[in-house]
Design a binder for this molecule. Structure first.
Ligand SMILES: Nc1ncnc2c1ncn2[C@@H]1O[C@H](COP(=O)(O)OP(=O)(O)OP(=O)(O)O)[C@@H](O)[C@H]1O
Length: 531
């Protein structure tokens, strides 16, 4: 297991015992007596604090809370919040923390970058603290995230906000030594996991026991519950005690009513849904009005106000020229470029490295080795001028500071994916821009859907041909010189077509509308690969 801590997230090893307040040399017996007294008085203080806090739970009034200090939170949590300068709760934190402290199930929906992570981490820490959870009590809370990077990020936030608590936490995300994780897991109080790896441990690890578990959190809940993870999550949930507390958070809560039933929620509180709470009638109306699954309920969908959104329409074969020109015109910016497949991200990274645009380049996609993925994620966090080519492993939840531009080079599958990608910019009241690149056949349906579901006035921009620089000749020369680059271009070509072919929304994605020869040439390929 990565970074499993014996004493409290973020603090390696036990604290030294307090020094006795005497000026003569203490003997061993005296020391032991003193330690016992201290631990007894510490326990009494804790018990008193717990009782006082619990007595205030029923009085929490979200609307009157302006500062974290007004929430009945333990000294340990308050201290860490203050140290990291979290003084004012965001709206989703204000509205959900009280309900979660009271032990209610919560479905929280709030725009990207609005602080949902603390909205569930604070209640998790408080729940364990209030129940005097100790290392020997085993797993008390499990937090599930759809991607490894997001799980890692939640773990890092937990380390900061839980630094004064005495809980142990573990990151269970795959790509690491299974045996190592296995031996440590049952000693963890809080586990942050990706669904596949969690299920693998449940299936293969006899030591792993979730019967004591009292809290389940699904971050990016709609993604955790969607088709891709459905079977895995069903099997995971079977192993959890039914009377646990469940918190679901996402910027896009597009859960079906069956999804929510599967989770066995008890009279959940909806935060951020407005009038769109998922009653059966509302769900049916939403499904009829929008292009969604029947029985789907959708929270109010929105993007940050300070995010400027625009789109451009281009034939597929002009995307690389547009991308190259865009990067050359934005060298002092932090940019994420989203594409549909790992192989495209890899090829764009390789060929753009050869072309040397004059800004740092990175690529983040699922088929990279885990250590590499985390190193790239951290590199992108640190850098202020950089372009990262990414697949949707980077689209949900990742909190990169100061991203100036999100470029959706390939059309997102649906409105949710658009929102999550775009939301990597303009986080937590910062400004940002998002440019969506569409082919002519994608324009009408995608823009119509965005306008209808997001009530969005998305601006169409026309590119000045004088500002376009084609790197085609150079790309062809590189491909002639480096066969491995040519093979990578061929794989990117096929991967893109496969992704379009496999898209469920056939009104939006039409592989037959594409000029394959022109697309192959734009990637630098003299011969169109066989399908
Ligand atoms: N109360 C707060 N005061 C100041 N900053 C905050 C507060 N809460 C969270 N933040 C900061 O806001 C940023 C975004 O938070 P977070 O990543 O939790 O957003 P999110 O709502 O989960 O986004 P996404 O929908 O993309 O997952 C983080 O950098 C976090 O440290």
């Amino acid at each position: 297991m990565q970074k499993q801590k014996r004493k409290g997230p973020g603090r390696p090893g036990p604290r030294p015992p307090p020094k006795p307040a005497t000026n003569h040399k203490p003997n061993k017996q005296h020391n032991q007596k003193r330690a016992k007294e201290l631990s007894r008085s510490k326990l009494a203080a804790t018990e008193m604090e717990i009782q006082e806090l619990r007595a205030k739970y029923d009085e929490i009034d979200a609307n009157s809370i302006e500062r974290f200090a007004q929430f009945p939170l333990s000294q340990k949590t308050q201290k860490a919040l203050a140290e990291y300068k979290y003084t004012t709760p965001t709206e989703v934190q204000r509205q959900s923390i009280g309900h979660a402290l009271q032990g209610k199930d919560v479905l929280g929906a709030a725009i990207t970058g609005s602080g949902k992570t603390l909205a569930f981490l604070i209640p998790v820490l408080e729940h364990l603290y209030m129940n005097k959870w100790s290392r020997s009590d085993g797993v008390g809370a499990i937090i599930i995230s759809p991607t490894r990077e997001l799980a890692y990020q939640i773990f890092e936030t937990l380390k900061r906000i839980g630094k004064h608590h005495d809980f142990s936490a573990g990151l269970i995300i795959g790509g690491k030594n299974l045996k190592f994780e296995r031996t440590r897991m049952d000693q963890c109080n809080i586990l942050i996991c990706t669904p596949g790896r969690l299920l693998q441990h449940m299936d293969e690890n006899p030591l792993f026991n979730t019967t004591s578990m009292e809290m389940l959190v699904l971050d990016e809940a709609d993604r955790c519950l969607d088709m891709g993870f459905q079977k895995t999550l069903n099997s995971i949930i079977e192993n959890f005690p039914p009377d646990r507390q469940t918190l679901l958070f996402s910027a896009t809560q597009t859960n079906t009513l069956e999804d929510l039933a599967r989770l066995n929620l008890k009279d959940p509180v909806y935060v951020g849904y407005g009038a769109a709470k998922p009653t059966a009638a509302a769900a049916a109306a939403a499904a009829a009005a929008a292009d969604t699954k029947p029985g789907t309920s959708t929270a109010v969908l929105a993007l940050p106000e300070l995010l400027q959104q625009s789109y451009v329409v281009l034939p597929l074969e002009e995307k690389i020229t547009m991308l190259w020109s865009f990067i050359k015109n934005h060298l002092k910016q932090k940019i994420i470029v989203f594409v549909s497949s790992c192989k495209q991200a890899k090829y764009l990274y390789e060929i753009f490295c050869k072309l040397r645009p004059g800004v740092g380049l990175l690529a983040l996609y699922g088929s990279l080795h885990q250590d590499r993925r985390i190193a790239i994620y951290e590199d992108f966090l640190r850098k202020s001028h950089v372009v990262m080519f990414a697949t949707d492993v980077a689209s949900r939840g990742l909190d990169f500071p100061a991203v100036n531009w999100v470029l959706q080079l390939d059309c997102p599958e649906d409105v949710s994916q658009y929102i999550h990608r775009a939301g990597r910019s303009a986080r937590n009241k910062a400004r940002g821009e998002c440019l969506l690149v569409l082919t002519p056949s994608e324009e009408e349906h995608m823009i119509g859907t965005l306008r209808e579901q997001l009530h969005l006035d998305i601006r169409c921009v026309h590119i000045d041909p004088k500002k376009l620089f084609s790197p085609r000749v150079k790309i062809e020369a590189f491909l002639a010189q480096f066969p491995e680059l040519r093979a990578s271009a061929q794989r990117a070509f096929l991967a893109y077509l496969k992704s379009v072919f496999l898209m469920r929304n056939k009104r939006l994605f039409n592989v037959l509308s594409l000029d394959l020869d022109a697309y192959a040439q734009s990637l630098g390929l003299a011969v169109t690969p066989h399908l």
